[in-house]
Design a protein around this ligand. Structure first.
Ligand SMILES: NC(=O)c1ccc[n+]([C@@H]2O[C@H](COP(=O)([O-])OP(=O)(O)OC[C@H]3O[C@@H](n4cnc5c(N)ncnc54)[C@H](OP(=O)(O)O)[C@@H]3O)[C@@H](O)[C@H]2O)c1
Length: 284
């Protein structure tokens, strides 16, 4: 009897899974080929940024980076060093690390207590560009700890930066960020975005990447699982749900060095991040 039920169930389940797989692939295909209204604008932005690099360098701009010890943060400062985009970069963190040799003397670590950031207001003084790659997980920090890092610390840093004269604040949010979501992660990201908007930077750039593709140093089994099962998707539909860490870093830099500002708040969804990085094939 049991054998009979299994015999019916297994092919049925296989057909069901296959059907869902085909339907999902079709949706992603449509997503991937659907023209983005601003695609050409964003592709042009990445070209204009590359062309503006020399001029930007000559301006000798200063920047600070929060979360420089994380996956995106490390790649961001590696790319900053490669492009020699900034004359000074303050690396703001909670602990010292051995900085890699490829970072020049313009990179300086500043250690702060994130629970008492007001005491470090000076760190943010007269630094025109701010990059925030802070973040943790609920598994690591608990619900309250997650909100504290991904919302409260980001917001407090932004307020101090604005008070110190920061003109352009760039921050990592996430695909699916939604202040009204019933889920903690997208809700926290969405609320963080909304809170930043009312600070009124001359330029606020919000980046919403998909699953970050990187060789993560820390063990995160769920991320590793998703990264593995999304590998084919990342290959066939590269801009849909995944984002290589190098793409995010270059997009953040290209956005900062772009010569023209269109709107005070720019929101880059995952595809736009790919296009802005200049790495996406769809721009060529
Ligand atoms: N993982 C993904 O696939 C994904 C997808 C979309 C968006 N994002 C978002 O992208 C951002 C960066 O991601 P990531 O993978 O680069 O993060 P990460 O590797 O976990 O790095 C996080 C950074 O935040 C710092 N940080 C964490 N907890 C802290 C605390 N309590 N106090 C002070 N600093 C703290 C870390 O410093 P320490 O080194 O000192 O811990 C590190 O520099 C996050 O906001 C994340 O939500 C991630």
């Amino acid at each position: 009897m049991l054998w009979f039920k299994c015999n019916e169930f297994i092919p049925g389940a296989a057909i069901g899974v296959g059907f869902i797989g085909v339907a999902l692939s079709f949706c992603l295909f449509l997503y991937e080929v659907t023209p983005v209204p601003d695609l050409h604008v964003i592709c042009r932005m990445s070209q204009a940024s590359e062309e503006n690099l020399e001029v930007f360098r000559a301006e000798r701009n200063e920047a600070f980076v929060l979360g420089y010890t994380g996956e995106v943060g490390r790649e961001l400062i590696r790319d900053m060093a490669l492009l020699k985009a900034f004359s000074k970069v303050y690396l703001i963190g909670r602990r010292y690390i051995n900085l890699p040799d490829h970072l020049g003397p313009e990179f300086e670590q500043v250690i702060v207590d994130y629970d008492d950031l007001d005491s470090y207001a000076d760190v943010f003084r007269n630094v025109k560009y701010g990059f925030c790659c802070l973040g943790t997980t609920r598994a690591k920090a608990g619900k309250r700890g997650f909100v504290k890092v991904d919302h409260d610390y980001v917001l407090k840093s932004a307020e101090l930066a604005k008070a110190g004269g920061c003109k352009h604040y760039s921050v990592l949010s996430s695909q699916g960020a939604d202040k009204n979501s019933s889920l903690l992660y997208p809700r926290t990201k969405g609320q963080m975005e909304e809170a930043l908007k009312v600070i009124h930077f001359e330029q606020l750039s919000l980046f919403r990447p998909g699953l970050i593709l990187c060789d993560r140093r820390e063990s995160r089994p769920s991320e590793t699982f998703f990264r593995t099962i999304l590998k084919p998707m990342a290959y066939f539909f590269p801009t849909a749900v995944t984002t290589p860490v190098q793409v995010i870093a270059r997009a953040m830099i290209n956005d900062a060095i772009h010569p023209i500002r269109h709107e005070p708040v720019l929101l880059y969804e995952n595809r736009a991040i790919h296009f802005l990085s200049g790495i996406s094939k769809q721009c060529s």
